[in-house]
Design a protein around this ligand. Structure first.
Ligand code: SAM
Length: 439
């Protein structure tokens, strides 16, 4: 058994040329450093110090592992995306690279019906609890193992898989802080058209207060803007775009999810052969503190940044972040199918009474291709219009009546996504104030 602590990590930076991937790669899984021992199935006994948890009806133990109840929604989304992948491809091999207690592995096995899950965590102490949890699932189906546990550094296990041409359909990177150091080996260990689910919890730098850190971790200089949490998602995707392109791959997001618990930024990416998008979807975003408008710039336009407002203070007022992913945050078709699957499973739809229902519906609405990046906070509109904060529903229905595209934002409750300018929103806020004063 090889057990490494994060400090013994090698970044494997010598691996510059990816091994060719084959879509239907069926090689037998042989490289795990430690298989679970299926003959010594543990029982859940009353001597356990920690109590069992349940999630979507599944029982599991967390022992002394790091576990966040608040991440259940992120796990729901991962399972839905994985289940759709399995339905369309007929096969699903998952690498849960930083598995904690193994709850994701369990859910990928049971709910997404993964054919095989490799549950890995660098912490040797987690072995018992991961194995206990996964032992609820038969360890093999015929001659084929259904799951295995390794206690290795994530980069090491992913690189070993890559070198053995043992590719996965889905790799889940649920890391502390930034995901950046795992991206290269994860992308290498994925099958073509595979899914990469990455997480970042370094909300401080995503908020734009640490541009030097975001530059180091994600290759993007990110400044504070009113929609900083969306920039955090765009920075995460942009970081993956950059690493993937070095290796000859391109990534596109299936969904992007922000949760204020943490805060946590999660994106599900599809990885395929390709290059950086041509001046599209990977560029710069500006925000003018003077007029509140935002713009997108390609690399070619870098020297020509200015704000449409003609105020002389403009150059001081304009802040720019990038390079970032500037394309869609969700794949409309995929997220819609996820919503339908959630309804089929009783996780969403009438009577489910869950936040997942609301979240998926908002994500579908957000994925309207007419909507630009960012969102407009109604408090900012009110402050610029010098009126009370306008009611969200009234603003949305006025915008719709005027022919604008509009949706709520899953990231910020009192904000809208719209293709109406800040000036237009200010006008509407003033009109609404006048109407309410006249009543
Ligand atoms: C955020 S927790 C995982 C939570 C789990 N995925 C869940 O949904 O409950 C991060 C885990 O990564 C493990 N870890 C930290 N650094 C690692 C590394 N370099 N390689 C593998 N595992 C690592 C920690 O032991 C911890 O269990």
């Amino acid at each position: 058994m090889i057990t490494l602590t994060p400090k013994t990590l090698s970044p494997f930076s010598f691996l510059c040329n990816p091994i060719p991937k084959h879509q239907n790669q069926n090689s037998k899984y042989t490289i795990v450093t430690q298989y679970s021992d299926s003959n010594s199935k543990p029982t859940f006994n009353s001597n356990c110090e920690s109590e069992f948890q349940t999630e979507r009806g599944l029982k599991f133990d967390i022992g002394e592992t790091f576990f966040r109840h608040e991440s259940a929604t992120g796990r729901d989304l991962g399972v839905l995306a994985a289940a759709l992948y399995k339905r369309s491809k007929g096969k699903l091999r998952v690498l849960d690279a930083l598995c904690g207690c193994g709850i994701r592995s369990l859910r990928y096995l049971i709910e997404a019906e993964a054919d095989f899950v490799l549950a890995n965590d660098a912490n040797d102490d987690n072995r018992k609890v991961i194995t206990e949890n996964l032992s609820q699932v038969e360890s093999s189906s015929g001659d084929d193992p259904r799951w295995a546990v390794t206690l290795s550094d994530a980069n090491r296990i992913m690189t070993e898989c890559y070198l053995k041409r043992d590719f996965f359909d889905l790799i889940d990177i649920d890391s502390f802080g930034s995901d950046s150091s795992f991206l290269r080996s994860a992308i290498n260990a994925l099958k073509l058209d595979g899914l990469l689910y990455v997480t970042s919890t370094d909300g401080f730098s995503s908020g734009g207060r640490r541009p030097q850190q975001t530059l180091a971790a994600y290759g993007a200089y990110v400044r504070p803007m009113p929609y900083s949490n969306e920039l955090g998602l765009r920075m995460l995707i942009g970081g993956a775009v950059r690493v993937a392109s070095v290796l000859g791959y391109r990534v596109t997001p299936l969904f992007s999810y922000y949760s204020y618990h943490g805060p946590i930024f999660r994106v599900m990416l599809r990885v395929n052969r390709g290059k950086l998008p041509d001046n599209r979807n990977y560029g710069f975003i500006s925000y003018c503190h003077n007029c509140g408008s935002s713009q997108e710039y390609s690399w070619a336009e870098l020297g020509r940044m200015s704000c449409p407002c003609s105020d002389s203070k403009v150059s001081k007022s304009l802040v720019v972040s990038g390079p970032l992913w500037t394309g869609p945050l969700h794949d409309t078709l995929y997220i819609t199918e996820m919503l339908h699957l959630a309804e089929e499973w009783g996780w969403a739809g009438s009577g489910s009474g869950t936040d997942l229902d609301k979240l998926l519906n908002q994500m579908v609405a957000e994925s309207d291709p007419r909507l630009p990046f960012g969102y407009t906070k109604l408090d900012e509109v009110a402050s610029r219009a010098k009126v009370n904060s306008p009611p969200l529903r009234a603003v949305m229905s006025t915008l719709e009546k005027e022919g604008y595209a509009v949706s709520r934002s899953h990231i910020e409750s009192n904000a809208i996504k719209t293709n109406c300018s800040m000036a237009g929103c200010i006008r509407i806020a003033k009109q609404l104030q006048q109407c309410s004063s006249a009543e």
